[in-house]
Design a protein around this ligand. Structure first.
Ligand code: ATP
Length: 236
């Protein structure tokens, strides 16, 4: 589904990613874990084609076998990449429903795009607040809104930057349920996650990023066995 080879990225002269090579197979949930500043957000931005406004990149990114390295973000989105940024990217001047209806559907086959009815059935709070500005929702509801917005496109690969950050345990659990549901319906997921316990529960595999490099690839059991060690390493 996703293959990254030798990806490096700079902010001016400062190098943030160093020869990152990784892959995510269809149907997997994979997490990127690492300390603050390790390069996780930069990596997701590069995958989505958004790093160009910050600096240069080298390396290649392929999506379903096609090289998308030179494509702008909207073209990657049309090919099935969905992005949930860490700042959530909700438009303050638009209502919840307008935020939900912005993005065009993905081209070609893939998971069924969620209808508004399905979104409102799954997230009744969004229905109740559909005429309110998107940014007046609680943090947890905003996270549901951006997830729902991507699911409406029928994205094949969902890139999610710290979806559980700052959320109550109830919302964290709900996000876990939704990610599993989404995967069962055919969407592959790559998520940045600082909550190692959550990552271990929800994901099949994990990449550990340090100083812009992938230093380890761990499966579910390895993360469970090393949860305490990882928490200490991540400084949580
Ligand atoms: P966090 O969890 O704190 O967001 P991260 O692992 O996502 O950390 P990045 O945000 O990708 O890390 O940052 C990687 C490196 O790039 C860091 O050294 C950071 O200071 C630097 N960096 C990030 N954004 C910028 C920017 N806009 N301008 C300059 N340097 C940046």
């Amino acid at each position: 589904m996703l293959r990254v080879e030798g990806l490096s990225a700079w902010y001016g002269e400062a190098q943030a990613l160093r020869e990152v090579s990784m892959q995510v197979d269809e149907g997997e949930i994979v997490t990127l874990v690492g300390r603050n500043g390790a390069g996780k957000t930069t990596l997701l931005r590069c995958l989505m084609g958004l790093h160009g406004t910050y600096g240069r990149t080298t390396g290649t990114i392929a999506l379903s076998g096609a090289d998308v390295t030179a494509l702008p973000p909207h073209a990657r989105a049309r090919r099935g990449l969905g992005y949930v940024p860490d700042d959530r990217g909700i438009y303050a001047t638009l209502s919840v429903e307008e935020n939900l209806t912005l993005a065009p559907p993905v081209k070609g086959g893939g998971p069924e795009p969620w209808s508004l009815e399905r979104v409102y059935e799954t997230f009744p709070h969004l229905k109740e607040r559909r005429r309110s500005p998107g940014t007046t929702l609680s943090g947890g509801e905003q996270q549901m809104l951006v997830l729902a917005r991507v699911l409406r496109t029928g994205a094949r690969l969902l890139l999610c930057d710290e979806p559980t950050e700052g959320l109550s345990p109830l919302f964290v659990q709900r996000i876990g349920e939704i990610l599993r549901e989404v995967r069962a319906a055919g969407t592959t997921v790559l998520l940045v996650e600082q909550n190692v316990h959550f990552a271990a529960t929800v994901a099949d595999r994990h990449y550990l990023l340090a100083e812009g490099r992938i230093v380890e690839s761990l499966d579910r059991d390895q993360v469970r066995e090393r949860e305490h060690q990882l928490l200490e390493y991540l400084g949580i």
